[in-house]
Design a protein around this ligand. Structure first.
Ligand code: ACO
Length: 428
């Protein structure tokens, strides 16, 4: 059957083409509607609007499933490694052995940052939030590496992407070291991507550092879980910024800033703080009631998602990883974990949360896990950003290769003053 869609405005009927994807909802193409009818569509928060075509990640929010390039993300988290996922997102296929060896070596070649970066760090106050420093450093990459800023040059695009994958962990670890007043630790290319990051964060020059393999595997999984999530706020921000043709470092830095908000990547920090505030299972009811109270701005952090109307598949892997890390540090009876599990149980059986389809999201258990590994909560969003750099870069590349790419320019419903006459100050 030939599917057709029309919109009737007054006496006029406009045909709107329907476009099918491989799976998931089809879309109604409204791109010509304004030209034909003089009406815009209105969709604050993009709740019903697809802003682009993409072949990177598919989420089935009702079933609670997520796929990277067609592979179930929870399977990848258990069986692959983060750098392989970076390759998959960027190159569209998993690498064979030769491609893997070339790619992982190429990333290692870029792990160091320009020595002058140390001076850049010195301009920050010691107490600065590591995310504030990291955001600034990523934007500053375009000043340090101007030879890979031309978005129209394929070679420069590849080099800038590899630089960001390799250098963002180094900068993030430096931001952390700076904020706690410890010396920077240079990258160690004998280690894998995640082990090297742990070493740059937790080693000190005075002692020999031994990588904790359980932590390294857990963090690698966490990176995989956070690597991409289709057109979320930060990815859409990167796409919108990049649509102007600005250099890749500047584009990706906008992802960092958007991610930082408590409703997005900042939620893991907020979720852990919330669990600490609740403190004890006996206080849970009070906070669940607060979350349900329309007159109280309090929300259960780590609960709810725009797309998932079922258990977030990332939260399932995260919960298991949380147990593995707490076992490793001998804290399987951790008080916060006890509060989290009980809170989850109560909320999942509560009418308010059932009706609104509010389930734990990835951030619910990630804070406890990262904290048990030794990361302060101020580093949580930074860790998320390291992982999501892979997704932002894949979306940026997809956009650069799309011949239909145009500068992003949403329209508006104007509700301000009608044109009026200016009165000079002396007449007001
Ligand atoms: N606690 C209590 N009530 C909630 C919560 C929550 N965590 N989340 C949503 N609701 C309620 C809202 O009050 C709203 O109720 P209403 O329909 O009676 O007005 C309804 O559920 C729908 O919520 P919206 O905010 O409209 O849903 P939206 O899709 O815009 O927001 C979001 C999704 C931002 C994730 C929201 O659920 C939230 O604020 N959660 C807490 C923050 C959080 O955990 N963010 C992490 C997201 S995952 C990530 O970025 C990796």
């Amino acid at each position: 059957m030939n599917k057709k869609s029309t919109v009737t405005i007054g006496d006029n009927i406009y045909d709107l083409p329907l476009i099918d994807g491989t799976i998931g909802p089809s879309v109604i193409d409204v791109s010509k509607l304004y030209g034909d009818s003089n009406y815009f569509t209105y969709d604050p928060g993009f709740t019903s609007t697809a802003s682009c075509k993409s072949s990177i990640t598919y989420i089935d929010g009702d079933k609670g499933e997520c796929f990277y390039r067609g592979y179930p993300m929870d399977v990848l988290a258990e069986e692959s490694n983060f750098l392989e996922i970076v390759y998959l997102l960027w190159q569209e296929e998993l690498p064979d052995k030769k491609q893997w060896s070339e790619f992982s070596e190429a990333i290692k070649n870029h792990t160091m940052v320009h020595e002058q970066f140390k001076n850049f760090f010195n301009g920050f106050r010691r107490a600065s939030h590591p995310m504030a420093i990291t955001v600034a450093c990523v934007a500053a990459l375009s000043a340090f590496y101007p030879d890979s800023t031309n978005v129209n040059d394929l070679n420069q695009r590849v080099i800038s992407a590899r630089r960001m994958i390799a250098k963002v962990p180094t900068l993030a670890a430096m931001a952390y070291k700076y904020s706690i007043g410890q010396p920077f630790i240079y990258p160690d290319n004998s280690l894998n991507y995640t082990e090297n990051f742990l070493k740059m964060c937790f080693a000190v020059p005075a002692e020999t550092f031994k990588v904790n393999k359980v932590f390294a595997r857990a963090l690698d999984k966490i990176f995989i879980l956070h690597a991409d999530h289709e057109q979320n706020a930060s990815t859409s921000t990167v796409r919108l910024a990049a649509s102007s043709g600005v250099n890749p470092f500047a584009s990706i830095s906008t992802g960092f800033t958007s991610l930082w908000g408590p409703l997005h990547g900042g939620a893991n920090e907020a979720a852990l703080n919330m669990l600490k505030t609740i403190g004890d299972v006996k206080n849970i009811k009070k906070y669940v009631d607060k979350a349900k109270d329309k007159n109280d701005p309090f929300r259960l952090m780590g609960f709810g998602h725009r797309v998932y109307k079922n258990y977030d598949p990332r939260a399932k892997v995260m919960q298991k990883t949380c147990h593995e890390v707490l076992d490793e540090v001998g804290r399987s009876d951790d008080k916060l974990l006890e509060v989290a599990k009980e809170l989850e149980k109560i909320a999942l059986n509560d009418k308010y949360f059932i009706e609104k389809k509010l389930y734990p999201n990835i951030d619910f258990y990630s804070g406890i896990t990262l904290s048990a590994m030794g990361f302060p909560s101020s580093m949580f969003t930074v860790l998320f950003a390291i992982a999501r750099t892979a997704g932002w870069l894949a979306h940026w590349k997809e956009m650069c290769l799309d011949p239909k790419n145009k500068i992003g320019r949403p329209r508006q419903l104007y509700t301000g003053e009608k044109p009026r006459k200016f009165k000079p100050l002396q007449n007001r």
